[in-house]
Design a protein around this ligand. Sequence first.
Ligand code: NCD
Ligand code: ZN
Length: 339
Amino acid sequence: MQEITLHNPLDMHLHLREGEMLKNIIDFTTSQFCGAVVMPNLTTPITTTKLALQYKQEILQNSKDKNFMPFIALYITDTLDEEELVLARNNGLKILKLYPKGATTNSQNGLDEILTPRTLKIFEIAQKLGFILSIHGESNGFCLDREYEFGKIFAKIAQTFPKLKIIIEHMSDYRSIDLLETYENIYATLTLHHITMTLDDILGAGLRPHHFCKPILKTPKDRDMLLNLALQAHPKVSFGSDSAPHLEKNKLKDNAPGGIFSAPMILCALADLFEKHGKLENLQAFVSDNAKQIYNITNLKSKEIKLQRKHAWIPTQIKLIQNNLIPLNNGTMVEWSPI
Ligand code: NCD
Ligand code: ZN
């Protein structure tokens, strides 16, 4: 039977949540990946080093793989200062996450305005200390143009701080690709859903709330151009699932939150996708090597994930005490499965 081995797969954008939810979802990631960039938008956001270290403990306590490496991103708020940044860096944190206020789930503590003297100072210190700046780059304009409109802010930060590495998180608009080509210090993460789906998967037939996420899925052209970046494992992109679970009952109510729960079997789904396009040989770079380069990751404990070409099924639902989670492509078959 055909097999592939992936060395040290990394998920560079992941929501693990906390408490009950964390306990129920963490294995989906730790069974497939050796590490992940864990997002700080909890109900009490991770805005200090102390909270980040506590959260890291909670993750490791609940992880079967004790070598799993959670890279906790520190949430940028109006009160973040140099002292806290130095403390964070001294405690091994290296990623800052910028949310524009109101752009997505638990972003109320995010920044109202991005290019203020105060935040420019934060970026300057971040550059000096060697942080990576991950940005949820969306304006508050028309939903299909939000990422594009934010582009000028990416350009301005990249020009002003040429040594600061900036990540366009979950790139969703083909018009952002220009930024990768123009600025040496701009990179991106790509999700599975933005490279395989479009707005039609939310609105084209019946309404599919489980496919609603931020940034919103876009056009076939956006999908295809981003897919192409992934398939060629463009050196400036790495895989970040943006797996973002919400309880089914919340996804079905009015004013439902964005977020697609894609973690279950996602590496197998990626193998399917790359194989279908004759690019299986580029999967290793997309899910690991590029990220190691971009984020300067050198201290991973070696982990090999073997997949076999034998079909398996994505679970239809994950039952939690209070309610269910519905995974992306639930109940469908993937051609690859873990050994
Ligand atoms: C994420 C979440 O639910 O935390 N939602 C989403 O639609 N992607 C937050 C985010 O990454 O925007
Ligand atoms: Zn996210």
